[in-house]
Design a protein. Structure first.
Length: 139
């Protein structure tokens, strides 16, 4: 069995944002040479997410609005975590909702997606560099 590992780095200039990273993950798969196996993609930071869904701008705006309603950034003092001097408790909660990672089957050298599925990086406390791990195993 072969194994491939690569880190993707992001620096989202705003507090929150979503980036389609499907093409970057597909490039990792091509570089790996793996034809059959599994591809893990996970956010390596506790205020960021990786998830699969449709690449539709209205849906992304809905996510942003919905997440802000569930875990509003302000008032900052509503969260116990922020009493430590942080201001990102909401970002931790948003990450928990959206998830840490995805696993996609690799079949015939391609990501084996359902209709409309794409991989996204979700940022909930941006304005600094963060990484995503791509780990591919198989033959």
């Amino acid at each position: 069995m072969k194994s491939y590992r690569k880190e993707l780095w992001f620096n989202i200039p705003s507090r929150r944002g979503f980036v389609n990273i499907t093409a970057q993950v597909e490039e990792c798969l091509r570089a790996s040479g793996i034809r059959e196996g599994l591809c893990l993609v996970n956010a390596m930071h506790i205020t960021a997410s990786v998830f699969i869904n449709d690449d539709e701008s209205g849906l992304h705006k809905d996510y942003d609005r919905w997440l802000e309603e569930l875990a509003p950034h302000e008032p900052i003092n509503q969260y116990m975590h922020n009493q430590t001097g942080e201001d990102n408790a909401d970002a931790h909660l948003k990450r928990q909702i959206m998830g840490r990672e995805v696993v996609v089957a690799v079949t015939n050298g391609e990501l084996d997606f359902g209709t409309w599925e794409q991989i996204f990086y979700g940022e909930f406390d941006g304005r600094r560099r963060k990484r995503v791990l791509v780990k591919i195993i198989g033959e």
